[in-house]
Design a protein around this ligand. Sequence first.
Ligand SMILES: NC(=O)c1ccc[n+]([C@@H]2O[C@H](COP(=O)([O-])OP(=O)(O)OC[C@H]3O[C@@H](n4cnc5c(N)ncnc54)[C@H](OP(=O)(O)O)[C@@H]3O)[C@@H](O)[C@H]2O)c1
Length: 305
Amino acid sequence: MSDARMTRQKASDVPVPEGDRSDHPLRGGEPFRFGDQPVVETPGGLRVPKLGLGTYELEGDQCREMVAEALELGVRHIDTAQGYGNESGVAAGIAASGVPRDEVFVTTKVDNDNHDPGELTQSVEASLERLDTDHVDLLLIHWPVHWETINATLNTLAQVQGSGMAHHIGVSNFTIEQLDQVAHLAPLEVLQVECHPFLQQRELRSWCVDAGWVFTAYSPVARGAVMDDETLVEIAAARSTSPATVALAWLLAQDGVIAIPRTGDPEHLRANWEALSLELSSDELARIDQLDEGRRLIDPDHAPW
Ligand SMILES: NC(=O)c1ccc[n+]([C@@H]2O[C@H](COP(=O)([O-])OP(=O)(O)OC[C@H]3O[C@@H](n4cnc5c(N)ncnc54)[C@H](OP(=O)(O)O)[C@@H]3O)[C@@H](O)[C@H]2O)c1
């Protein structure tokens, strides 16, 4: 265990920040360095690299290799979760890349079985062990399950942040109604939900802009479905690029949006990375705006919609 981890305060010893965030122990000063890579910034001081790597279903050697390859390419943002079973693979990839830990923005998510306050804190400690780090940059509640105890869960999430184990906190898969109910309970700064050209999430994006939160688009290439869309294929052909690159460039052009495409293919990784340098015209953006059809791909039984 690292010295930093040994000396961190117990979560319960740290006051829960509420309301005015200016006195929060972690505010003031940005500890991350991402070179000249584009970031989304919040009024609260959070800076997140706009294009990250998702890691769902990347396991073992493949996870290590893809994380290392992404970091070598310039990616500085890795998204994992307790439920993906690959936090150790992410750590191995960061180590193999040689990129210093403090130059990588690492997100993990609290699993549905770990919402109880004691379990939540312990589960984050276990995540940090697997990730071989003394903190994650962002810690999310993965799904809004156990709604009857959401106050205690978010209170504990804030305490975990106050202890230094998570520099920033947020939620995933919450509806607008749920966000309105809980946004004041903890210094949350990020919403992560499914978003791509076929499910554009305009209302949730606008909620995040108004609240000063970062909006993270998961499944941003619609699990590969963007490759078959006529409009995206046409725009991609005209730009000599991939429809996936076009879909990601459209997302990154939206206010306050970041994207975390997942790939196990080095060629696809490079295509996705190109999205940062593809500037779509207003006509191209408007054509993609027309593709919204409410097509949701991630819809488990415990989803709140
Ligand atoms: N918070 C949540 O509940 C939640 C839910 C879902 C996802 N997520 C996060 O978001 C990340 C991304 O979402 P996702 O994995 O669901 O879907 P995604 O990134 O939209 O799609 C991944 C699929 O698209 C393919 N793909 C990626 N880039 C491509 C390219 N350039 N050309 C062609 N195919 C490409 C991949 O295949 P190849 O491997 O062959 O490239 C893979 O099958 C996840 O890995 C996870 O980190 C979070």
